[in-house]
Design a protein around this ligand. Structure first.
Ligand code: ACM
Ligand code: ZN
Length: 480
């Protein structure tokens, strides 16, 4: 009988019969000959063993056993030899637009660990809120963390916000570490900074940012990168980040930076003259490269969104998340030696409805894009799926959007491509729902996963999805 595990293991041999752990306890044994994060579970009627390559492998053997265990405490007799396809398997949570409680984040992390994700990219700052408690800059906690109302489409007039305390952040980092998950914090700069600028308007080009944003979209006000004070504050903040987050990688954003303010700012123009450039994209690269160099000197590595490739000379060591690249820059980047993470908007953005991004579409996305050379393929280190929360207000809705699509990304990140099969996957995803429920995750019901049978509403639904997509792609810069 086939076993039901997500992500699907690389090799399974069936022996027949049942293994009962209470009769002969399972033993764990290190086996350095196994591939990184790999394990081999051997279960026979007369005994069980889990061999593992490293701490990750040991943990993943236990997660597989958790899924394999029948309600009566027995297991099928099998040999499972397993290791991940990609070393980088991440989920991202936007805690800036809407926050999740520490308990809710832990529930999500627990489910992600069960699915063998090994990175949690935590989007902590944005135009609409600052969520990392700061020791050096208390106005971030007092002003930037709060907006006048929940906002977006809901002007309820009730102040919304808060930030995670340093103890809470350390608690999350430790909780993740126990589950072989490294946290990658994101402080998004130099765009998506309106919340910070509301407390420190001197760091904007105009000096006139007055409020934390309450609406979605791309904001014209960004950090003034012509001022030394901006670099000084960002580096002091990154000192705090490095103090709280022990992982090597730090995400510094770099997405969606409109050039207008820089073009009209004396300080930014002066910096462009000193650099001998006329294109604001080059000013953007210069800022990101300076921040990346600062992190490098501290033994850290910068990660950015692919928008930072526009300037043309992004430091070789900066890792790039490919969320929306219409020009093939990420392919060139990987082919020429830069590390790339695949996070495709049309397949992996889980804040979009199932009508636009059905489960089968997420499952079918191949991160190995056409045009990658052999070197390029080796530099695509894995996959990441974000849940942005402008319109995802509570945890129930977040779980509905993430599950089961997170399972699809987990399987793409782990399972050898020749074993991927959408129908078989959907059946295993269904079988996992009760275990997810015991963790505290209520997934979207199966009838919503692949809304192909919308009957006469199909045309209308497709039209709606096209409008949504075009609206997102052309997300205009605000007029202010
Ligand atoms: C992004 O969605 N702006 C990375
Ligand atoms: Zn400026």
């Amino acid at each position: 009988m086939a076993i039901s595990i997500v992500p699907r293991p690389a090799h399974v041999t069936h022996y027949g019969g049942r293994y009962d752990e209470t009769l002969c306890p399972l033993t764990y044994r290190a086996d350095p000959s196994l591939p990184a994060e790999g394990y081999r579970i051997t279960l026979r009627a007369d005994g069980g063993e889990a061999a593992y390559a490293d701490d990750g492998g040991r943990f993943y053997a236990a997660q597989t056993l958790r899924q394999l265990r029948a309600p009566d405490g027995t297991y099928p007799c099998v040999c499972i030899e397993d290791a991940p396809r990609y070393p980088y398997r991440a989920f991202m949570v936007d805690s800036a637009r809407h926050m999740q409680s520490v308990a809710q984040l832990k529930t999500l992390i627990e489910a992600a660990a069960l699915l063998k994700f090994n990175r949690f990219h935590w989007h902590l700052t944005d135009d609409q809120g600052w969520r990392m408690e700061s020791q050096s800059f208390p106005r971030l906690n007092e002003i930037s963390a709060w907006r006048a109302c929940d906002g977006f489409l809901n002007d309820d007039g009730v102040r919304y916000g808060g930030c995670y305390t340093r103890e809470e952040i350390r608690d999350i980092v430790a909780f993740c570490a126990e589950r072989q998950i490294t946290v990658i914090p994101e402080i998004d700069m130099p765009g998506h900074m309106v919340a910070l600028l509301a407390a420190y308007p001197d760091l904007s080009c105009t000096g006139r940012v007055t409020a934390v944003s309450t609406h979605a979209g791309i904001h014209k006000d960004v950090l003034c990168v012509g001022k030394d004070a901006t670099f000084q504050m960002m580096t002091r903040l990154l000192d705090e980040v490095c103090d709280l987050f022990p992982g090597e990688w730090v995400h510094i954003g770099g997405d969606e930076v409109p050039p207008q303010r820089w073009q009209n700012c004396e300080d930014c123009r002066a910096r462009m003259r000193r650099l001998g450039v006329t294109d604001p994209a080059a000013l953007h690269s210069d800022f990101i490269n300076r921040i990346a160099a600062y992190l490098k000197a501290k033994g850290r590595r910068a990660v950015t969104w692919n928008d930072t490739l526009k300037g043309g000379d992004l430091d070789r060591d900066v890792v790039v998340c490919n969320w929306m690249d219409k020009t093939g820059r990420c392919i060139d980047r990987a082919n020429s030696g830069g590390l790339v993470i695949e996070e495709d908007f049309f397949h992996y953005y889980l804040d979009y409805p199932y009508g636009m991004t059905p489960l089968r579409k997420t499952y079918g996305f191949d991160p190995m894009r056409a045009g990658l050379t052999e070197i390029g393929r080796a530099n695509v280190i894995g996959v990441e799926t974000p849940i942005w929360t402008e319109f995802v207000r509570d945890f129930k809705q977040l779980c509905f959007m993430c599950f089961p699509r997170m399972l699809a990304v987990a399987e793409r990140g782990w399972t050898p491509p020749q074993l991927l099969n959408g129908k078989d996957f959907a059946a295993r995803a269904r079988a996992l729902l009760p275990l997810l429920q015991t963790i505290g995750i209520t997934a979207a019901p199966p009838k919503t996963w692949d809304p192909r049978a919308l009957g006469r509403w199909k045309g209308l639904a497709q039209h709606y999805c096209r409008v949504l997509r075009v609206a997102h792609e052309n997300r205009g810069v605000e007029e202010a």
